[in-house]
Design a protein around this ligand. Structure first.
Ligand code: ZN
Length: 139
């Protein structure tokens, strides 16, 4: 499944019937991010991403479970506890500490965004939808 509109998101147009108006804090953060990172974060925040929970809901997947761990595949599970990605969770926790288990923290904190993007890229889980997403080079 390809994300139509991926890479086309702009800060002023992030609206959906599924999410509230983006917060000023998110808009400020988004203004410093490449568009493909903004798209990815918005898709994750709205949970309308090619995870089996959503695909099952729209009848595009036979099961809502993640094939590797048999848990319902949803954003929080993928980002914080899925045993399939335990090594990648550890890398996040070294830098972010216990805060890495907070999905809102991962989406809102500037210091977490690049690590989150690196996590997503290294997991390969979003590759089919977003291709490779690389963290922003640190200056
Ligand atoms: Zn899992």
């Amino acid at each position: 499944m390809k994300a139509s509109g991926a890479g086309k998101a702009s800060v002023g147009k992030i609206q959906s019937k599924y999410i509230d108006e983006p917060s000023p804090k998110f808009l400020k953060l988004a203004s410093s991010l490449p568009k493909h990172h903004i798209s990815l974060i918005v898709w994750l925040r709205t949970a309308h991403i090619a995870f089996n929970k959503h695909l099952h809901h729209i009848k595009k997947s036979a099961s809502p479970l993640f094939p590797y761990c048999d848990k319902i595949e949803m954003v929080e599970h993928y980002l914080t506890i899925c045993p399939q990605y335990i090594c990648k969770h550890h890398i996040l926790s070294i830098t972010l500490g216990r805060s890495m288990s907070s999905v809102p923290f991962l989406f809102r904190q500037p210091k977490a965004i690049n690590l989150l993007i690196a996590y997503i890229n290294s997991s390969g889980r979003m590759k089919e939808t977003f291709s490779n997403v690389h963290p922003k080079p640190v200056k």
